[in-house]
Design a protein around this ligand. Structure first.
Ligand SMILES: NC(=O)c1ccc[n+]([C@@H]2O[C@H](COP(=O)([O-])OP(=O)(O)OC[C@H]3O[C@@H](n4cnc5c(N)ncnc54)[C@H](OP(=O)(O)O)[C@@H]3O)[C@@H](O)[C@H]2O)c1
Length: 294
């Protein structure tokens, strides 16, 4: 039943915004889709639209070759797996719920101990992109699960990248990407507050922000090379100069009554490296202090 070409039945457990988008994408690709949701009314809404609705988790797990879980968090996944226990042996589970790497590893171990095959996944896009070529999901765990169910999972859209056999790696990379994303959004909003106090709207500032995001993108390869080499030569930039720029941001923000915690975090790390005698090194030098806080 579970060769790449023959896998056509999928159960989706969890029908929040993302679970519904996934269920709809599988159905649009022609698969037989069974759904279950903790609050039954949300599943009932789909009954008339060609979905099979299961009254229990165990029934939904038993119904399909592939079981996709997408619920709020790991506590919810554990509740679902507990309820699935009568049917879980021999099931193939792809868990697309966001988590920490440690949670993903614990869920993988529990699912495997219960006799299921398990693949973890991290969805990197919002719901409107599910089912389009611009979707993005990172997978980690048992490679054979991805190989066997490629034909079904392809309905989600985008690539089918196995980032590693350690089930925690998809979550870890998800968090790494979100770390960059949230830092960027927070810095943009801080900068908008700073320039906004002198009458420049966020919309007027946006093109300038985009210009510097392009510079940032071009800087990542150099930072990564320095980090991986464990050497931080200040050929093109140096921390003495960069600390001065960070002081300007903190000073100008404070003068306008703006919260300084965002630029202060960068300034603190740069100042510590300069105080330790690394002022002529490049910015990547602060990586060392991050790995050894305090
Ligand atoms: N939405 C996005 O754009 C997006 C993007 C990337 C990743 N994700 C990830 O996708 C996952 C689902 O997100 P979502 O947007 O679909 O969230 P959501 O709309 O808030 O839906 C949450 C789902 O989890 C279920 N649930 C919560 N606690 C439960 C429990 N104890 N037992 C069983 N089911 C439980 C809810 O069931 P009830 O209906 O009964 O409350 C509902 O089906 C999250 O891990 C999220 O980080 C979402």
């Amino acid at each position: 039943m579970t060769t790449a070409a023959a896998t056509t039945s999928v159960s989706v457990l969890g029908l929040g915004a993302m679970g519904r988008a996934l269920a709809q994408a599988f159905r649009a690709a022609g698969h037989t889709v069974t759904v279950w949701n903790r609050t039954p009314a949300r599943a009932e809404e789909l009954r008339g639209a060609g979905f099979d609705v299961s009254a229990t988790v165990a029934e939904a797990v038993a119904a399909s070759d592939l079981v996709v879980i997408c619920v709020l968090d790991t506590a919810a996944v554990e509740a679902v797996l507990d309820a699935a226990r009568p049917a879980i042996g021999g099931a193939t589970i792809v868990n697309l719920t966001s988590s920490t790497p440690e949670e993903a590893r614990a869920v993988a171990a529990a699912a495997e101990e219960a006799g299921a095959r398990y693949l973890d996944g991290a969805i990197m896009v919002p719901t409107p992109l599910i089912g389009t070529p611009n979707a993005s999901v990172l997978y980690s765990g048992e490679a054979a699960v991805l190989d066997t169910h490629r034909g079904t999972l392809a309905a989600i859209g985008g690539g089918l990248d196995l980032v590693g056999t350690d089930p925690g790696l998809a979550s870890l990379l998800d968090l790494g990407m979100l770390d960059v994303f949230f830092a960027g959004m927070t810095s943009f909003l801080h900068a908008a507050a700073m320039v906004g106090s002198d009458g420049i709207s966020a919309t007027a500032f946006q093109p300038y922000a985009e210009q510097i995001v392009d510079v940032l993108k071009g800087s990542l390869a150099g930072l990564a090379a320095d980090v991986d080499a464990g050497s931080y030569p200040g050929h093109e930039d140096n921390l003495d100069m960069e600390l001065a720029a960070l002081e300007h941001i903190v000073t100008a923000s404070a003068a306008r009554g703006i919260d300084v915690s965002v630029p202060h975090a960068s300034r603190r790390l740069a100042a510590a490296a300069v105080d330790a005698g690394h002022g002529r090194d490049g910015f990547a030098r602060i990586f060392d202090a991050m790995r050894r806080p305090g």
